[in-house]
Design a protein around this ligand. Sequence first.
Ligand code: DQQ
Length: 576
Amino acid sequence: MKLFLIYVVGLFCAGVGYGAEVGDFDHVQRNLQSDSTDQPYRTGYHFQPPRNWMNDPNGPFYHNGVYHLFYQYNPYGAVWGNIVWAHSVSYDLINWVNLEDAIYPTGPFDVNGCWSGSATLLPGGKPAIFYTGIDVKNRQVQNLAMPKNTSDPLLREWVKSTHNPLITPPYGTDPNFFRDPTTAWQGEDKAWRLLVGSQIKGRGTAILYKSKDFVSWSMIGSLFNSLAETDMWECPDFYPVGINSMNAVETSDQGEWTKHVLKASFNSHDYYILGNYDMKTDRFSVENDFTVSSSGLRYDYGKFYASKTFYDSAKERRILWGWINESDSKSSDIKKGWSGLQSIPRNVLLSKSGKQLVQWPIKETEKLRAKEVTALSKDLKGGSAVEVLGITAAQADIEVSFETTDLAKAETIDHNSVDPQLLCSSKTASVRGKLGPFGLLALVSEDLKEQTAIYFHVLKKNGKFVVLMCSDQSRSSLMGGLDKTTYGGFVDIDPRHEKISLRSLIDHSIVESFGGKGKTCITARVYPSLAIGNKAHLYVFNNGTVGVKISRLSAWSMKNARIAPISKRRKRKTSN
Ligand code: DQQ
């Protein structure tokens, strides 16, 4: 269908039913909470449990045709606490069935909580989960759990090792800063390795452990000594990526054709660095250190934390999930009865330049695309906006690419301007620039007073063009008491030779955006009070003085994912 275009002036003056498909999963029921009109911020196709608090994605893996996702969950309320591993399964990473909690406190080694961790597929494919238990002395210790019955396709019950805890805080390490074990990898010497996040003398770190039998682990030391002063490294992730390859690499693979990614979650963001890892010596030689400002490499420059990847052997790809927390208050979460989402699963690859990662929503997301509207080669004059009509603007997927022909008119910025978030905060969507701001206005109200803007600026710095991507939440809601921080990141593209592309997944209270074909990602949580459901609108806009061209725009209404809980939480035993 062709796009209907409505030009707008003065723009800057001022659900979800889940008919559960039973398939091979039994005991499913309708998720009653999601379509209710007093729940305008529930999402249609992002993963979230029917109620209560959720944070980090834990231990995802693929086993015998089924994807497993675990997550930090409070079974009793919408705020953090009573943490267990909830468990959901899927055939396609989009539609999910929620099972019983998989791992919950049972013994002195985890009596005070079952915190984050990762899964490893052992030779033969049997999954093993390492997680952090908060023990009877409130120390953080690392425990092992295995499925009770691997012939159960859903792996519903998990049994803990009788040797738990397998790893306790080493001498000199604060027992409050020793958690979140990674997926293990196996060297040519057949020994397993894993990392545990920590902080020593004011610096985040990841401690390397080695084991021949997966039960008895010895400490090797820090994988890499960062100079950056950071909080503790939560949820570290360490994995290979193929150089110049469209296929991902299994976690234990390593060679000249790979680089390694070390990701650490601290200061509310997920930072990563690239380097070469030699499994014989366990040396990790890095190309760059962590950079705490937003000029450094981050998975996402908006809301995205405590992420986790896994290798999907079915499709030879590496998939990344991140926890997207709320931007509203605790009391609003209690009122809503829930808190937290997972990002759309993203495919992760090394960029062609080899200098950064690129992320893209997994192909399966496109199964949810329904009605499509398109537009080709349209001029977007400075100071104009065009409404994208004919789709459900509150639950949509949109891809747009822009051409900038008048590059000579790009504004020059000071050579000291290195922090893109700061730049975006001064160059909000309503501030007119030259080549920019141009991009999308999502979740816009009828009277245009509410809007979430995702946009670019083409700027000149030190004689070179730089592309800035921003997400401006300052006008996302008429309500107060929300975190409306503006986010920003640079996009490593050359506007002289490349189009500037943007894809945004809009889903009621989340706008997940991918700039430059996934080189820069920004996720926003917003709570419009007017731009809700079918009252929400979507625009392409250009608030610069210089015209740009829309080379192509495609937008789709998005169907609901089916996310269905099992009918009853199974009664807990006193030990598992
Ligand atoms: N969340 C978990 C910890 C982890 C933190 C507790 C990161 O294991 O360090 O719920 O969000």
